[in-house]
Ligand binder design. Sequence first.
Ligand code: OSB
Ligand code: MG
Length: 369
Amino acid sequence: MRIDRIELRLIALRLHEPFRISSGTTWDRRILIVRMEGEGVVAWGECVADETPHYAYETVDTARLVIETWLAPAILGRTFESAAAVAAALERAVRGHPMARAALEMAAWDLEARVRGTSLAALLGAVRPAVPSGVSIGIQQSLPELVDRVRRYVEEGYRRIKIKIAPGWDIEPVARIRDRFPDTPLMVDANSAYTLADADHLARLDTFGLTMIEQPLGVDDLLDHALLQRRLATPICLDECISSPARCAEAIHLGSGRIVNIKPGRVGGHAASLRIHHMCAEAGIPVWCGGMLESGIGRAHNVALAALPGFTLPGDTSASRRYWARDVIDPGFILEDGCLPVPTGPGIGVDVDAPFLAARSEWTRTLTA
Ligand code: OSB
Ligand code: MG
């Protein structure tokens, strides 16, 4: 398939409410959207980089620069056998910058699926018609507000609750939720807020029957996670650490965690996600699909991937209305019996609301060979 044209667009979307995690707060999202043309079809991708370098070193601005200067020129006007070949070309073009690469790479998978007349989910190897969904709840102003949000999402049918924790907002919030919801699958995500010196404190979480504790230690750390896991009964799930398949192989070898959160937008795209999925399956490590507060475009990519067999735990693949009053796809993703349906139409299988996308755009740039 030949890639003829890439359009980059920065859109602004406001979340219903600020989303606070240990590393920062997000309310207004600025999202880089990719529209890719080739073989007479139009495909879509989304960059998960934030405006700030607090979750990862990449930002929306570094991604734009890297895409315009290095990545788009490496694939524009060229013909590839598959999206996997596009992934390889992008990997050769730059060191690092997996979020920038993923934005183009995932659009290329959408393009390949559309050219082949199949859904992205089927092309990736999906086995599920719908994906069980969890929800990620940010740090709140008060415990009653937290419990109220948990109740609301449990009532909506979400299959698992994740709350964000940080020093000063950990044991007490978990205890409160457990008190009210003794049987709800519950997990916590620290976004690297602790150090190995906090091991005894974190071990206090072992009494609450959490399904996992996500990324307690350094964004780049594998060794301390391995040492911490030996001191916790609760499984550690790795998020920020897993920046590539090679890092995941190291984490498995070291025993840095027992569960992996795969975010295709963080690891360089679908080809890297497939490699991580396969190596985790082989090692007996359950995986689930995380999220980065994506619009419906990125969400459609995540849902397609989450339909693979190794994704045995509910993901942060929540419904559109958990995030926005209006999504950039129409209709948005709707929670049905605690699951999001996996689209079956060509490619990502959702309809982009072009007028709304245009209305939310701060700028658009067209790149050609
Ligand atoms: O750590 O998983 C995370 C959102 C932004 C950055 C990092 C994370 C998150 C979430 C929300 O937890 C997941 C979602 O609902 O998209
Ligand atoms: Mg996380």
